[in-house]
Design a protein around this ligand. Structure first.
Ligand code: ADP
Length: 398
């Protein structure tokens, strides 16, 4: 593969960098990997190229060191990115605020704005900015493109994006529903429309992105009209470690009655809630094993998870009126047949039927799991945010 046709996609987290080098038209992945535990003594890179996995362990001081390690490992396995070049670097950026709603070529001003948006995404945007900064230093002259998780939801209808709080406070603090996982919702809904052989502009869909983080969206004719995540990725569905929707009064109650600080409450809701808070595990496979072993806390966690999914399903069915497709994606959505069956159980009066054989068949492709003649198509569509980012980056640099 000609290196100058390839796009490097970087997803920089607070202590990790995930990456892929891929060809945006075909989607062929030349290499992929992960640097983890950045800033700790026991850092590690796992790099996969041509089916061969390379692993190195040792301290990785910061994001620049992490990216340098990625470049060194590429060189070791036959892809010298600095010498051979790449077409562009695509960066996943979590929060675009009100400023960014399209893939954006990064210059100094854009980088500064991404950093400024840290007030809205303190866990994510600073790490995203560090990744961009390091990539610019290592590949000067190569276009760096930021693709925002919030972008797809920028134009949500005002009734859906507005919180019912004092408008002056909301305006001063940039408080609105932004929505996240937008790259995934957009990509998956596009694939779903193609699978149905229909123009995306004609299809109404409900998409469930169920990974460690989880979100739902209602999409009318290709445009989202509602989504479950909000100002931050904390709102909405029950997640691996996040609570999703709670009574906001709980926060004041904890601060007053349990003497918790706001940082403690933030940690509780983001890291010690959801499945981990209810059952002590955030990995869905482990949760299912515990349920099979008769663990009551795990069974309750699962019931709460499904109850929340169905609440959003009901709300979005009414929002859309006519629904052509319900789509499941990401780790849990693509793999956990039981979740799909339970989320949509006993909804045949709404035209929603899951075919048990199709639902449990071993298949990794985008597929239909409802009977052909059911009014609502139920689909499983593997997400591919890296490919969507690579394509957006390639489009932007021509
Ligand atoms: P993220 O990208 O948000 O980190 P993923 O989309 O990779 O998350 O999803 C991770 C989740 O998917 C985990 O809870 C994991 O247990 C779950 N998962 C992965 N494979 C399966 C499977 N075969 N059955 C059930 N759950 C699965």
């Amino acid at each position: 593969m000609d290196a100058t046709e390839l796009v490097l996609v970087l997803n920089s987290g607070s202590s990790s960098i995930k990456y892929q080098l891929l060809e945006p038209d075909s989607g062929i992945v030349a290499a992929s990997g992960l640097v983890e535990r950045i800033g700790e003594d026991d850092g590690r890179i796992e790099h996969v190229a041509d089916g061969v996995t390379t692993e190195h362990r040792g301290p990785v001081a910061d994001h620049t060191a992490g990216l340098r390690l990625i470049f060194d490992t590429f060189a070791e396995t036959g892809h010298d990115l600095t010498e051979q070049g790449v077409r562009a670097v695509g960066h996943r950026v979590v929060h675009g605020g009100e400023v960014f709603y399209e893939p954006t070529l990064v210059d100094d001003a854009v980088l500064a704005s991404i950093r400024d948006l840290a007030s809205l995404a303190p866990l994510h945007n600073p790490a995203n900015a560090l990744g961009i900064e390091s990539a610019r230093a290592l590949l000067p002259g190569v276009a760096q493109v930021a693709v925002f998780d919030t972008a797809y939801f920028h134009d949500l209808p005002s009734a859906a994006r507005t919180y019912a709080i004092d408008t002056k406070v909301a305006a001063a603090q940039g408080i609105r529903k932004y929505g996240f996982h937008g790259t995934s919702h957009e990509y998956v809904s596009g694939v779903a429309a193609r699978l149905l052989d229909r123009d995306p502009g004609e299809v109404n869909q409900i998409v469930f992105h169920l990974g460690n983080g989880a979100s739902a969206s209602a999409i009318r004719g290709g445009r989202p009209v509602d989504t479950s995540m909000g100002l931050t990725p904390l709102e909405g569905l029950v997640m691996g470690t996040r609570s999703g929707d709670i009574d906001p009064g709980i926060i004041a109650h904890l601060m007053r009655s349990a003497d918790m600080t706001i940082d403690q409450v933030d940690t509780l809701l983001n890291r010690q809630s959801g499945l981990v808070g209810l059952a002590g595990v955030n990995d869905f496979r482990q949760l299912q094993r515990r349920i099979d072993d008769g663990d009551e806390a795990a069974a309750l966690a699962y019931a709460v998870y499904i109850h929340r999914l169905r609440r959003y399903l009901g709300a979005y069915l009414i929002d859309l009126g006519v629904v052509d497709a319900i789509v499941f994606t990401a780790g849990v959505g693509e793999n956990a047949a039981q979740v799909r069956a339970d989320a949509l159980a006993e909804l045949s009066p709404f035209g929603i039927i899951v075919d048990p054989v199709a639902n449990t068949a071993k298949n990794r492709a985008a597929r239909r799991i409802s009977p052909e003649d059911a009014p609502v198509a139920v689909l499983v569509v593997p997400t591919n945010e890296e490919l969507a980012i690579a394509r957006a980056a390639a489009r932007l640099c021509g």
